[in-house]
Design a protein around this ligand. Structure first.
Ligand SMILES: [Zn+2]
Length: 302
């Protein structure tokens, strides 16, 4: 660009920004120099070849914190139970699954309501993941924008590695005394969390992006507390989203978002059997996590 040379020379000499007619400032530091070279050929950048799905072997070869646009994996049976972590300003539920395709095997962490979107021994196409490095191996984790779609079986490698996740989740039986269910709403457009959604109203204006939307379009995550009478004591347990959502789909059929109706149904559940994870940070001996109310039986004794 011979026409720019004078401007660059001026910037080199004065060590001050020089405005060029196109509206850019040319700024050179003391270490910059100016040389004249032969014409340099420029080649337009070609678009990268169509990415397509990555295999598990591709994923294992990546570095940590890399984006994985698309994988097709099978959820293997077994694996750890879900757990709660503090993340991004609140308690979040996550669950690690063992996944594979014909090329290899790794782990997949799904967050919150995405935990409920997969079933063991089935295969899924999952988008917008990132890699995490645990020890020597890359694992996958879902993001806010991940989508999950069931597909035909993708197969397994010739040999599967064994794993030793904690599978024994203690079950506690007891009669429900009281219950409280809360719903947290998130905008599907901007992911902003909402603090003031009226459950009876049809519409809600997102408190972050200001878009007015039907209330049902907001993503809802449940939480809450349940007290049961167990072993002649009252136990207070925390309800996770997976626990409440599983209860809703198994016991109420559809997915009502009226938390009072869900809480009342749980309160009237009689004697329940609950999977409780005691490995969490507990603020008292009896404050634990309920994962899934596996079976809810009228008034029968466990
Ligand atoms: Zn929004």
């Amino acid at each position: 660009m011979p026409e720019k040379r004078r401007l660059f020379e001026q910037a080199i000499i004065t060590k001050k920004p020089v405005s060029d007619p196109d509206g850019y400032d040319i700024l050179c530091t003391a270490s910059n120099g100016l040389e004249v070279s032969q014409n340099v050929a420029f080649f337009p950048l070609e678009n990268p070849p169509d990415a397509g799905p990555m295999t598990v072997a591709n994923v294992l070869a990546l570095g940590p914190k890399q984006q994985v646009p698309l994988v097709r994996v099978k959820i293997l049976p077994g694996g750890a139970v879900s757990r709660m972590v503090q993340w991004d300003g609140g308690p979040r539920e996550l669950k690690q699954f063992h996944v594979c395709d014909r090329s290899g095997q790794t782990k997949l962490t799904l967050w919150e309501d995405k935990i409920l979107m997969v079933k063991e021994s089935r295969s899924y196409q999952i988008t917008s993941l990132t890699t995490r490095r645990f020890g020597e191996k890359n694992t996958l984790t879902s993001t806010w924008s991940s989508t999950i779609k069931e597909i035909e079986d993708v197969g397994e490698p010739d040999t599967l590695e064994a794993w030793d996740d904690e599978l024994d989740v203690p079950k506690i039986c007891g009669r429900v005394i009281k219950c409280d269910v809360v719903a947290r709403y998130y905008c599907v457009i901007c992911h902003g969390s909402q603090t003031n959604v009226h459950e009876k109203s049809e519409g809600h204006r997102c408190e972050k992006c200001d878009m007015l939307q039907r209330r049902e379009t907001f993503r809802v995550l449940y939480g809450g507390k349940i007290s049961i009478f167990h072993d002649e004591q009252e136990l207070s347990l925390r309800l996770t989203n997976v626990a409440v959502s599983t209860f809703v789909s198994e016991q109420l059929g559809s997915a009502p978002t009226d938390v009072d109706a869900i809480a009342w149904k749980l309160t009237c559940a009689g004697t329940v059997e609950l999977e409780v994870d005691s490995s969490q940070t507990v603020t008292s001996k009896w404050l634990m996590m309920i994962h899934v109310p596996t079976k809810l039986r009228g008034q029968t004794q466990c």
